[in-house]
Design a protein around this ligand. Sequence first.
Ligand code: FES
Ligand code: FES
Length: 189
Amino acid sequence: MTQEQRVQPSINEQKESGPMKAADNRVIRMTVNGVPYEFISEHDLEPWETLAHLLRERLGLTGVKVPCDEGACGACTVLMDGEAVLSCMTLAVEADGHAIMTIEGLDENDLVTKAFAEQCEPGYGTALQCGICTPGFVMATKALLKDDPAPTNEAIKEALSGNLCRCGCYTGIARAIQKAVDETSGRRA
Ligand code: FES
Ligand code: FES
């Protein structure tokens, strides 16, 4: 494994460096969960390396799950500048100049995480069993609530339509998200 180096430039300075060019021997800068990183393309990371691989294998952020590695399940969802992206379908070099957040970067009292963890209710069940899908659902929900703190059920379904749960916890997941929405929008569940 190659060595990562932490650097100090702000994300704004990084954005001013301009649009992404071809992945040659150049410096790739990003923040991950608020920590600035600098990588040398073709030295510290490969041009074909996915963001999911970078996060899991180089930075040890194993909260990023990669069950399918082909864009089909949503479990690898992370935030890029607050927007949900599939990290298995995003090249690491595409994160140049951006702020990445994984589930490890959320506050320990995060409402969405709490709603998933605490969901256990007759008629709805739990929001997770094996937990593989959970980080993806949580991060996709975070992106949704950033833009719309009080989404309709249709908006929730649309935003999370790319996230799959093989354990079939959809009823509990829907209930947990609704509780998080109610908390975020000031309503009671
Ligand atoms: S691992 Fe990325 S969508 Fe399934
Ligand atoms: S809890 Fe197992 S895949 Fe969703």
